[in-house]
Design a protein around this ligand. Structure first.
Ligand SMILES: Nc1ncnc2c1ncn2[C@@H]1O[C@H](COP(=O)(O)OP(=O)(O)OP(=O)(O)O)[C@@H](O)[C@H]1O
Ligand SMILES: [Mg+2]
Length: 286
């Protein structure tokens, strides 16, 4: 790893400033009888409360695998993942995942029942409070009027909103989203990004968001971790809090997108890519 760039220290957890989530040199593998596939190699990052932290990298670099490890579905073969200092070994209601497929909503339950279900199943709330909480978050995602509708009567964007309301209703310490808008058409996707940011302004949840779209990463994230192709290793971390949907098409935004593209795909070898690492928004470079 290169030394931290001047003026940009790499934050390390201390008793006073403990990160909400810390991923420390995590390697993840899939073992089949035939072979071992290494999905990530010694990946480290830290997420602070109310961060919108994005994992960005090409297909197969291990983004979903990392998310599953944070969710507790997969154990690292090397390294540690801690939430508020506690090692993660299993799934828990403090980490809720929103997946890409919105047909994860059971079709025989109404929208409200879908949002209530994890609250009841995890015994987080009794029925009456679960109903109130569900209606509160459905209102926040603009679906108050659809509480009694069934999922098959909703558009893709509306199903995405239900999935987000269902996750937020659990009030997790960290919300995990794996390419949540990838299945939507371009306009709906943009609208959902906007709504997610508005929701964040209001609720200030902590988000770990996976995408392979550079543009989406710049819009949604305040920090972006760039991962190399398979197996995923950290290439750099970029600050992106200055951008939102209004930045799309702007010259600074486009220049950042081009630089991230080079950092992701240029192997870091060309002089041009080495110059990219001198920009002030790059916090760490490997
Ligand atoms: N269940 C599995 N068994 C074996 N190998 C797997 C399994 N799931 C994923 N892999 C492998 O692990 C690596 C990382 O996969 P992963 O799904 O995490 O990538 P990704 O970055 O999320 O890609 P994408 O952008 O396409 O979703 C890939 O090489 C993939 O083939
Ligand atoms: Mg994936």
């Amino acid at each position: 790893m290169n030394a931290p760039l001047q003026g940009h220290t790499v934050s390390k957890p201390s008793a006073a400033t403990q990160a909400l989530l810390s991923v420390d040199k995590v390697s993840l593998e899939y073992r089949t009888p035939q072979r071992v596939v290494r999905a990530t190699h010694q990946v480290s990052f830290e997420i602070d409360p109310a961060d919108r932290f994005v994992l960005l990298g090409p297909s197969g670099c291990g983004k979903s695998t990392l998310l599953k490890a944070v969710a507790g579905f997969i154990e690292p073969c090397e390294g540690e993942i801690r939430l508020q200092g506690q090692m993660i070994h299993a799934p828990g209601p403090d980490r809720i995942v929103v997946f890409q497929e919105f047909d994860q909503l059971p079709p025989w339950k109404t929208v409200k029942q879908n949002v209530m279900f994890p609250l009841l199943a995890s015994k987080t709330l009794k029925r009456k409070e679960a109903e109130q909480r569900a209606l509160h978050y459905l209102d926040k995602v603009g679906l108050g009027a659809f509480a009694d509708a069934y999922p098959h009567t909703l558009s893709g964007g509306m199903k995405a909103r239900v999935a987000i309301a269902r996750a937020l209703a659990m009030q997790p310490k960290i919300l995990l989203m794996d390419e949540p808008f990838a299945a939507l058409d371009a306009l709906t996707r943009r609208k959902m990004q906007e709504e997610l940011l508005l929701l964040w302004e209001e609720v200030r949840f902590t988000l770990l968001f996976v995408t392979h779209s550079i543009e989406e990463a710049l819009v949604v994230g305040n920090r972006i971790l760039l991962l190399s192709p398979h197996p995923g290793r950290v290439r750099a971390e970029v600050h992106s809090h200055q951008y939102d949907l209004h930045s799309l098409g702007g010259s600074q935004f486009q220049a950042s997108a081009r630089r991230i593209h080079r950092l992701l795909f240029d192997e870091g070898q060309s002089p041009e890519t080495k110059r990219e690492l001198d920009f002030s928004d790059i916090r760490i470079a490997y």
